[in-house]
Every structure is written in C-alpha cells, then in structure tokens.
Design a protein. Structure first.
Length: 172
C-alpha cells in the first residue's frame, strides 16, 4: 500500500492490548444462533466465528472511536487477510431513527480471498441503516463518529475468518 503521509493510523494490532477494546455483537441479541468475536494472534486482530441464518445471520465486532478522530478524513484503509466471505465496515454517530441508533455501513472493497489485501471504504459509500435496513438519511457526519466496527451478514451459513493487521483513516 502506497502510504499517504496524511493518513492516521487508528489501529495496529501489534499486541493483545490493541485487541482488548473490541466488543462482540452477534445476532443472539435478537434470538439468533451465530457465533463470533475478536481475538489476538501474531500481530493481528482475528475476527472469526460461524454464521447461522436460522433466526439471525450476523456477527460483528466494534470499538469506540475517540471524538473527532475522523474529521478531515474521507477513506478507511484496512490491511487484511480475508476468506471468501463478504465484510462491511460499520460506523455510528449520535444519529437515530425512530429512537434506534443509525448504523452506517459499506462494503470493504478490494479484498482478495486468501491474500493480504489493502481493503478500503470511502466515507461517501457509507449508507444509513437500522437493523440492516437502508434509510433515506441522515448522511454520515465524520465529525460525530463514535463507534467503528466490522460486520459479516452475507446471508450464508458457515465459518468465517478475517485477519486484520492495521486500520488507517486518510484524506482523499
């Protein structure tokens, strides 16, 4: 990955302490049967588990973002080793819809299954959702971002594994 000197390193998983703040939210919060979560191994955050679409069908990991850390930025860059599954980045601000928090989601692009990849997500691609359903708005406001996560909800049963080495945020 050609490094932009204006990029900020958000996470480098070079020790277990970096993995500790990542929390798991799986479909069992609504009666589902999927499993998954984050762990640390050899310089990476591992997001692994098993999706069960009978009664749910998602697993996610999330962590708090320092206030204002995304201001002036437009792009996430993730150094990852993906499997063949489909992953999305999720962000939350203080926005809500009908009393529910809005989750902004976008596909992680440029993933090459089985190879270290420089995945990316443009802020402009983040779509507002509630419970996975797309909303007409509000638009994502980077200055109000307070939570970052990765979710798998690709409507396929079975095991998944995503290894994450670093997460950067960059201007265009």
């Amino acid at each position: 990955m050609a490094e932009n000197p204006n990029c900020k390193l958000l996470y480098a998983f070079d020790n277990a302490t970096q993995a500790a703040p990542w929390q798991t939210v799986n479909d069992n919060v609504m009666g589902g049967r999927s499993s998954g979560g984050a762990s640390y191994a050899d310089g990476s955050l591992l997001f692994t588990g098993n999706i069960n679409t009978n009664g749910g069908g998602f697993s996610s990991i999330r962590t708090a973002l320092p206030q204002g850390i995304l201001e002036g930025m437009n792009l996430f860059k993730l150094r990852v080793l993906p499997d063949t599954r489909h992953y999305q980045l999720i962000l939350q601000t203080d926005a809500s819809f009908s009393g529910r928090p809005v989750a902004y989601r976008a596909d992680i692009q440029n993933l090459r299954p089985g190879e270290w990849s420089d995945g990316s997500v443009l802020f402009s691609e983040l779509q507002p959702t509630v419970f996975g359903r797309q909303l007409p708005g509000p638009a994502f406001d980077a200055s109000r971002a307070r939570l970052l996560g990765i979710i798998i909800a690709d409507a396929r049963d079975g095991a998944f594994r995503l290894e994450i080495e670093t997460i950067h945020v960059c201007p265009l």
